[in-house]
Every structure is written in structure tokens, then in C-alpha cells.
Write a protein that binds this ligand. Structure first.
Ligand code: SAH
Ligand code: F3S
Length: 449
């Protein structure tokens, strides 16, 4: 039984794609191994969003090629976004690589690996587009084995993005927006719930654009809200989340859904990128600062305790001190619970890479440090506010850092560590928050009166 090791870089979509590939391989008789040391096949599922992520995967592959060449025959493969955007070039650069599999070809992994292991083919590069590939990421590992039972699962609802933000490589690596059908997604969710899953996160590069072209609005409800309703109707499912939305997708129908659908958790990760209208326009984001703040206010009106996180890029070409100050002031105004902060990274063939006034690395570093301090400061305060409150958590399992404690998440998507035991797993518990550390809460289920 050949052993496969898969290493994943990047976002939750990549994690999900890797899991689907692993499940497909297991179904064909392969074994998934947690270490590369004894693997017969090593796959790196790559990310292209920033240069650093690409360099990490390339360095890793260089090391692997060196090690395995000395030892034995191992199939080495790149999958995902960097495989898609670099294709054959990866083989030219790293001749020991056997397989380069693009973002519309994950479901072909098992078939290609069979051929490579059997010696039927020497090298395979497949980065072609494939109609219907958006519906091929549906297998889950947790349904196969008892010890991997998960409380929370990710479901991929669409592929690609048509927004073409000027800094972003995703539309080129993931292709045009393509959505699955609601029936197909609901069937997958139902199976997961039957397997013990209690929380589902719907995934896509721009989930709020789900089904935009294929599924007409009904009673003013977008296709995405119709999907939320259909998933909401599944018995036994406790919680629904989604990521990532685009601010332009927060119409009144979605805002109102938070009030109407009790399983839809009051949390949202809404990428901001910049607080300056001038920069937002250069980024081709399609909203203004005022519109963004308006959405946040509407959401807080429906759900005052909503958890809000965001993505921010510092050092976009031409970003002035004044532009940056506007991002800081928006963060102070909105009070995010947390934010992912990125230094702008030039991506090949994206419009922003050719814009004038690319900023020096030191200036990006400096702005990154300043905004990090602000976000940490605001976040610490937001987390502290929960101390003394009673909050509902869904217990997921042992905490990663300290497996003698348990972890769960609040509805507003904050991690809570508590003294519990595996019997709590998959349960909704009310806990009293006793303490807050940076981006983690500590709770006690026992001290509720
Ligand atoms: N909508 C996608 C966004 C993909 S990229 C999703 O679902 O995750 C994730 C984040 O990386 C973006 O929101 C942006 O903040 C950041 N990012 C994208 N391109 C970048 C670049 N060229 N440089 C720095 N950060 C970037
Ligand atoms: Fe990228 Fe903008 Fe789409 S950040 S994924 S092009 S919404």
C-alpha cells in the first residue's frame, strides 16, 4: 500500500483541497502518512498569494529532491495555485519533480500517481481548465475513519473569482467563478451531519458571489442567501459559517439573514484591504470606506455581539502616509476582533505589479509593525470584554497546545480553552469566561449557577 504525505500551504481552500485529494487516495487503497520520512509519494499543495509562500514550497521541494535522490524512488508532486501558475516551468527548474497538478485537476491526483508509480509515465503536467471541476472537491476523510471524526467541517461551494483586484493572483490561479448546485452542496452537508459534523463552514474565494449567474434571485434573496437557507434546513446541524465573502456581497438580504437564521453564527471575516478610498480604487475593490463602515454598522444593528475580522494589505503601490493613517483610523472606528495583516507582495502579471511607486520593504515593515500593534491592542480589549460573560461554545476536541485541556469556539468565532474531557466533544456548552489572553479566551463550564 503506497504511502502518501501531503503538505499544505496557504488558505482554508487549500486545506480542503488537500483533504479531498487525501480522501480520494485513501479510497483507491493509498495510505496517508503524517511524516515525509517513509512516504512513497510527497505532494506539496501550494499557495501563490504572496511571494514568500511560493519560495517556501520551492525550497521545501529542493530539499526533498536532494534527500530522496540519495535514498530511493519517491514520486514528488506540486499541486494547487503555484502548480497552476508556473506549470511546466517548475519541472524545468526542479527536474526531480514528477507531477504538476493545477487547481482544476485535484480529482485526477490518484489516477496520475497510479501511472507514475507503475512507471507508465515519466512526468505529468496538467494545468488545463476542466468543465465541472468545481463539483469535484467533495470527499471527506472524516467520513472514512472513526478516529478522525470531526465536529466542524469545510465544504467548498465554488471555485475562482471574477473580481480581479489589482494586487491578487487568485483569478489567474483559480480561474473564473464557477459554482456548484445548491442540491449538490446540501447533499454533501447532509452526509457530513450524518457522520457527526455539527458545524459547517462554506468555502470559496468570493462566496458572496455564489451562483450569481446561474441562480436567479428569489424574493430579493441572492443565490448565496438561498444556499444558506437550504443548508440551514438540515436537521442535526448546529452552526453555519462561511469564508471569504466580499464586502459588495453584503446586501440587505444577507444582513437580514443573520437575524433570521439562528444557525448562522454571528461572525464574519470581511476583507477590508485598505481604509483609503484612493487606494481602494487603485485596488479595484469596488467599495468605499463609507460603504464598508455602513455594512459593519448594519451587521452590528442586527447582531450587536457579532465577531468581526478582516484582511489588510499595507504598502500597496503609491500608498502614502495619509492613506495608511486612514486604514489605521478605520480600524479604530470599526474595532475588529482580529485582522490578518499582509505586506504587499508583487505578483507576476497582476496590474499592481506594474504600478509606479512600489514601496521600499523597510517602509512596508514599518507600517506592518504599526498596524499590528494597533490590531493587537484593539483585539486585547475586545477579548477582555468577554470576561465574566456566559458564552455558548461548540466543543471541538483537545486543545492543540495543551491536549489535556479542551477547545471550542464561541458563535462569534473566538477560541475558548476549558478544562473538559472528550465526553464534551461535539456538544454545545455554556461556559463562563474567566480570563482572556491575546486572541484566546479561557472558560469554565462548571461555575455557571
Ligand atoms: N477572497 C480570498 C482572498 C485570497 S487572498 C479568500 O477567500 O481568502 C487572502 C488575502 O491575502 C487577501 O484578502 C489579501 O489581504 C491578501 N493578499 C492577496 N494578494 C496579496 C498580495 N499581492 N500581497 C499581499 N497580500 C495579498
Ligand atoms: Fe483576490 Fe479580490 Fe478575488 S482579493 S480572490 S481578486 S475578491
Amino acid at each position: 500500500m503506497p504511502r502518501v504525505y501531503i503538505k499544505t500551504y496557504g488558505c482554508q481552500m487549500n486545506e480542503r483541497d488537500s483533504e479531498a485529494v487525501a480522501a480520494q487516495l485513501v479510497a483507491k487503497g493509498y495510505e496517508i502518512t503524517p511524516t515525509e520520512a517513509n512516504a512513497d509519494v510527497i505532494l506539496l499543495n501550494t499557495c501563490s498569494v504572496r511571494d514568500m509562500a511560493e519560495q517556501k514550497a520551492i525550497n521545501k521541494m529542493e530539499n526533498l529532491a536532494g534527500q530522496t535522490r540519495k535514498k530511493r524512488d519517491v514520486v514528488l508532486g506540486f499541486m494547487g495555485c503555484m502548480a497552476q501558475s508556473r506549470g511546466q516551468q517548475l519541472l524545468d527548474q526542479l527536474p526531480d519533480v514528477d507531477l504538476v497538478l493545477g487547481t482544476q485537476k485535484f480529482h485526477r491526483a490518484a489516477e496520475y500517481i497510479d501511472q507514475l508509480l507503475a512507471g507508465k509515465r515519466d512526468k505529468i503536467v496538467d494545468t488545463a481548465a476542466e468543465a465541472g471541476s468545481e463539483g469535484t472537491i467533495k470527499e471527506h476523510l472524516l467520513l472514512g475513519s472513526a478516529e478522525r471524526k470531526s465536529v466542524s467541517a469545510f465544504v467548498s461551494i465554488m471555485q475562482g473569482c471574477n473580481q480581479y483586484c489589482t494586487f491578487c493572483i487568485v483569478p489567474y490561479t483559480r480561474g473564473e467563478e464557477r459554482s456548484r448546485t445548491i442540491a449538490d452542496i446540501v447533499a454533501e452537508c447532509r452526509k457530513l451531519v450524518e457522520g457527526g459534523v455539527r458545524e459547517i463552514t462554506l468555502l470559496g474565494q468570493i462566496v458572496t458571489s455564489f451562483g450569481k449567474r446561474e441562480i436567479p434571485a428569489v424574493d430579493g434573496k441572492s443565490a448565496f442567501v438561498q444556499l444558506l437557507e437550504a443548508v440551514h434546513a438540515i436537521d442535526g446541524l448546529h452552526r453555519i459559517r462561511f469564508t471569504s465573502p466580499h464586502p459588495k456581497g453584503y446586501g440587505d438580504d444577507l444582513v437580514e439573514a443573520y437575524g433570521r437564521l439562528p444557525k448562522l453564527c454571528q461572525s464574519a471575516h470581511i476583507p477590508l484591504q485598505s481604509g483609503s478610498d484612493r487606494v481602494l480604487k487603485l485596488m479595484h475593490r469596488g467599495y468605499t470606506r463609507e460603504r464598508f463602515v455602513g455594512i459593519i454598522n448594519k451587521l452590528r444593528k442586527v447582531k450587536p455581539d457579532i465577531g468581526l475580522t478582516t484582511d489588510i494589505i499595507v504598502g500597496f503601490p503609491g500608498e502614502t502616509e495619509d492613506d495608511f493613517e486612514q486604514t489605521l483610523s478605520l480600524c479604530r472606528e470599526v474595532q475588529f476582533d482580529n485582522a490578518y495583516l499582509f505586506k504587499y507582495s508583487q505578483r507576476r502579471d497582476t496590474p499592481a505589479a506594474a504600478m509606479p511607486d512600489q514601496l521600499a520593504e523597510e517602509l512596508k515593515e514599518e507600517r506592518h509593525a504599526r498596524i499590528l500593534e494597533l490590531i493587537n491592542d484593539i483585539g486585547a480589549g475586545r477579548y477582555r470584554e468577554h470576561v465574566g460573560q456566559q458564552m455558548q461554545i461548540l466543543a471541538e476536541g483537545p486543545s492543540r497546545n495543551n491536549p489535556s485541556t479542551m477547545m471550542g469556539r464561541t458563535r462569534c468565532n473566538k477560541i475558548v480553552i476549558f478544562d473538559g474531557s472528550p465526553r464534551h466533544q461535539a456538544q454545545l456548552l455554556d461556559v463562563k469566561i474567566t480570563r482572556a489572553s491575546l486572541f484566546t479566551l479561557h472558560g469554565d463550564p462548571a461555575i455557571l449557577e
